[in-house]
Design a protein around this ligand. Structure first.
Ligand code: FRU
Length: 907
């Protein structure tokens, strides 16, 4: 910064330096010259010499103005010079008196005035320069006196009256004439300095006065005019004429003298160059005489030629000087431009040097800053690493806390399941045994359920916060779904004497929703409405299915929400300012999140209470494909026990087709839950139980009809056990239910991947579990029935797993190969199939519902039936070829199965 300031200061000095020099050089002196008239040679000569002299000065500007023989105009022009504030004024007055005041004014204004040739009144000027006109008169008279001794007649032709030369010349002339007795001025003629003004009067005078000897004309032009008149009158030889001025050049005074037109002329110098120099001195305030008198002399035929040649030479010199001056000016210009160029270059050089210095300085500064930056960077990196470390630690602590919190919440679920299931059992007992336990059991159930909801809300909230929430939407009859939930609250509404209204214009409208989430939203809104609506109030659930969306309105006539709270109700942990009951404050927040997961909106309004409006889109385009399930087989769906209606399984049918008890392997490490399950399930099933590690061995040993396994187990997880069982030919057919507290989508998918048939999340209702077991067994039985009746036509289809299909095809192949071998036994087949005889037995029994020996027998009989129909083989040939040891045994067996003997059948 300091350097920059210094640099600019340096530049300023340089510029000022050059500018000062220029100012001095350029300081012009303006000289205003008021010339009284310019149409005669003498005046032109004066102007010219003055201009040449001015040109010799580099800084002099000469401005010549012509007054055109007019004193008034001349005064004005001088005034203009004053106004312009010229440095000095030169005046050659036309007449003395008229211009005197303005000249005085100029002097008063501090402008020096140089009067030339003609004077002002009372010596009003700073300086005067000109020849001595009185002496001019004297010279003229003396010349005449020198030429004659006899009486001589003289005519004097005077200059302009009122102009000082005319006056002074006349006085000088008269003074000599008076003193010379033989000389007499016989006539005085006045003029305006030009010949035209005297020709008439002079002719008249010559005609009147005889024998005029001399004429003294105040300038050569008047003298030449007089000669012309004399020549006209034939008197030119007799008349001797003297003029004034003595200018060189054709018809100039010198030329006229040489030609004998004039006898003499009095040299009257213009003094133009001297006047210019004196004017410059006046500006410079140099000391000078006030009256500067120029030399004048008489020129006659003796010196006229010399003088003229001198004049010519002088003029040549002046021309040379002029040329020189022009050259010098040219050189000066070149010099000036080159000088300027050098200055510019110098400035640039200085600039470049300065910039170079500045660059070096900048580089040093930048280097230094870079260094500081690097140090800072390093510090920042260290700090960042520290922060990252702290953040990591905080994250880990948070994670640990969250995990602890989540784990604990999950842990709550198992005891709650037990409490709730026990309550359910007790409730049934209560009814069955007609014990009078009052509301105690429903209270236990209701409060456990409430606790469970809170835990679920907390877990949902955590999942939403962690952005781990997945939804699974299924097409749902919105009318039925909503009505069902609505009805669950009707008893509470009745209890509070509330007008509880359900309105819907939707009949068959199907909406893609995640039922468990929408159920939670409904639960939240309806339980809030019931909580805040006083007795005899009103709660309405309106559903409008017209248009592209479904609009669900839950309105109540409750205490409402202050309008100032409206924008906050969906924020987490919101407590209405008019709500003094304790609540977690996350219900509405979760509801909003759940609805938004559906791409819908939820809004609140107040209208004699509170109105919640949910808008859900119809169709499924707004959902990503992976969250859509077309069929409602999503077992993670948790059914509210409050409104659970178990579908009645065709129990009679199951009992019809099997007299044996189904066996279930329960794998659960929680002793209480394990005991509880054994207690409940052993009423209808044969129950094997495992705490985990021996689950696979038990499954292989007993090949149960169903495996019910927890996920979190010591050793292998429930998923792993399931996967192993499903991959093993011996157990792959066994339906498996996974029981877990991990109610999230990932666990569900993991469960499905492992091959589990059903996935039930804790806490579960024992009724739901029993119902699920029955459904699975029932489905399996139906399949078994189907296969056992189509023994020979079991082809690949979707009902069985791939392993089972391959298994059956393999059995068929082996039996077919050994069809004619009556000794082909179950043991042989088990060996071929690479499993034990018992496992083969159980597997076939499980898949087909019949024993393996029955299956082989059936297979042989079906084949023989086919041969009876299609071949011409004898009955005994058919009997042997299908593996019967004797035709009689074949006949009996055939009749047992088909009701006819082979013979009858063939007929
Ligand atoms: C020129 C002139 C001269 C004369 C002078 C007197 O204008 O007439 O011929 O000598 O003026 O002022």
């Amino acid at each position: 910064m300091l350097f920059q300031v210094r640099f600019y200061y340096f530049l300023l000095v340089i510029v000022t330096f050059f500018s000062c020099k220029n100012v001095n050089q350029d300081k012009k002196i303006t000289i205003g010259f008021s010339q009284c008239v310019s149409n005669d040679l003498w005046r032109q000569e004066m102007n010219k010499s003055m201009q040449i002299q001015a040109d010799l000065f580099e800084n002099v500007h000469l401005e010549i103005v012509d007054a055109n023989s007019n004193s008034e105009l001349q005064s004005k022009q001088i005034q203009q010079f004053i106004d312009k504030k010229v440095d000095v004024i030169i005046v050659s007055p036309w007449q003395s008196t008229p211009v005197t005041p303005v000249i005085q004014k100029a002097i008063d204004n501090g402008i020096p005035v140089l009067v030339v040739d003609r004077k002002t009144d009372k010596q009003t000027y700073t300086a005067y320069l000109g020849a001595d006109n009185y002496q001019v008169g004297i010279n003229a008279a003396n010349f005449i006196a020198s030429k004659t001794n006899k009486p001589t007649k003289i005519i004097e032709i005077r200059g302009l009256e009122g102009s000082s030369p005319a006056y002074e010349r006349s006085i000088g002339f008269k003074d000599v004439i008076k003193a010379t007795p033989n000389l007499e001025i016989v006539k005085i003629i006045d003029s305006d300095w030009e010949a035209s003004s005297i020709k008439e009067s002079f002719r008249k005078a010559l005609n009147e006065i005889k024998d005029v000897d001399f004429v003294f004309a105040h300038n050569d032009r008047l003298a030449y005019g007089a000669w012309e008149v004399a020549q006209d009158l034939g008197l030119e030889k007799q008349l001797k004429i003297i003029g004034v001025d003595g200018l060189p050049g054709p018809n100039g005074g010198l030329d006229l003298v040489k030609k004998g037109v004039l006898i003499a002329t009095i040299l009257y110098p213009t003094g133009g160059d001297e006047a210019l120099r004196l004017a410059v001195d006046l500006v410079a305030k140099k000391t000078h005489p006030i009256n500067n008198i120029l030399e004048s002399t008489v020129v006659d035929f003796r010196n006229a030629a010399i003088l003229e040649s001198q004049f010519i030479r002088i003029n040549q010199k002046i021309n040379d000087i002029n040329n020189l001056q022009t050259n010098i000016n040219q050189l000066q210009k070149t010099y000036n431009s080159q000088n300027n160029l050098v200055k510019i270059l110098l400035v640039f050089l200085v600039l470049i040097i300065a910039l170079a210095v500045y660059s070096i300085y900048s580089i040093l500064v930048i280097k230094n800053k870079n260094r500081l930056l690097r140090i800072n960077n390093e510090k920042i990196i260290i700090q960042r690493n520290k922060i990252q470390q702290i953040a990591k630690e905080i994250r880990e602590v948070n994670e640990a806390r969250t995990n602890f919190f989540t784990g604990l919440s999950h842990e709550f679920k198992t005891p709650l399941t037990l409490i709730m299931s026990t309550a359910e059992t007790l409730y049934e007992e209560n009814i069955n045994r007609k014990l009078n336990l009052g509301d105690h059991i429903p209270n236990i159930y209701k409060n456990s359920n409430r606790l469970l909801r809170l835990i679920n809300q907390l877990l949902d909230f955590r999942k939403i916060e962690d952005k781990k929430f997945n939804i699974n939407v299924v097409p749902t009859n919105i009318n039925e779904f909503s009505k069902q939930i609505f009805n669950d609250f009707s008893s509470e509404a009745v209890r509070k004497n509330i007008n509880y209204i359900f309105n819907s214009n939707c009949t068959e409208t199907e909406v893609y929703i995640d039922r468990s989430l929408l159920d939670k939203v409904y639960f939240n809104l309806l339980s809030n409405a019931l909580k805040f609506t006083p007795r005899k109030g009103e709660i309405k659930l309106d559903i409008n299915c017209e248009g592209d969306s479904v609009v669900i309105k839950v309105s109540d006539s409750g205490i409402g929400i202050p309008s100032t709270d409206l924008d906050k109700v969906f924020k987490p942990f919101f407590q209405g300012s008019n709500n003094y009951q304790y609540s977690s404050g996350i219900g509405l927040n979760l509801s909003k999140q759940f609805i938004e997961l559906h791409g819908g909106t939820i809004e609140i309004d107040i209208n004699n209470g509170t109105v919640f409006t949910i808008t859900l889109l119809k169709g499924k385009e707004h959902f990503p494909k992976e969250v859509i399930s077309e069929i409602d087989t999503f077992p993670i769906k948790k059914v509210q026990i409050d409104y659970l209606e178990l579908q009645t399984v065709n129990q009679n049918y199951i009992e019809e087709i099997t007299t044996e008890k189904y066996s279930i392997l329960v794998v659960e490490d929680n002793i209480d839950l394990n005991n509880f399950l054994i207690d409940r399930l052993s009423r209808r099933y044969k129950v094997y139980t495992s705490y985990g590690p021996d689950a696979i061995d038990l499954a292989l040993e007993h090949v149960p009809d169903l495996v019910l396994s927890d996920v979190s187990l010591p050793g292998k997880s429930g998923f792993e056990i399931c996967e192993i069982l499903k991959k093993d030919l011996r157990t792959s057919h066994i339906p498996t239910i996974i029981l877990t507290a991990l109610g999230d989508q990932d666990s569900y998918i993991k469960g499905l991947d492992s091959g589990a048939d059903m996935f039930i999340s804790k806490p579960f209702s024992i009724k739901v579990l029993e119902h699920s077991i029955e459904t699975l067994l029932y489905n399996r039985e139906r399949l078994r029935y189907f296969y056992s009746n189509k023994l020979n036509n079991v082809e690949a289809n979707n009902k069985f797993g791939e392993i089972e299909q391959v298994f059956i095809v393999e059995i068929k192949k082996n039996i077919d190969k050994n069809l004619d071998n009556s000794n082909f036994s179950v043991e042989d087949l088990a060996e071929k199939m690479n499993i034990s005889r018992v496992q083969l037995y159980r597997k076939v029994k499980a898949i087909l519902g019949i024993s393996i020996s029955e299956y082989i027998q059936d297979f042989r009989l079906e084949k023989s039936k086919e041969l009876l129909e299609t071949s011409k083989l004898s009955i005994s040939e058919i009997a042997y070829s299908t593996g019967f040891s004797s035709p009689n045994y074949f006949s009996t067996s055939f009749k047992n199965k088909f009701g006819k003997t082979p013979k009858e059948f063939r007929k």
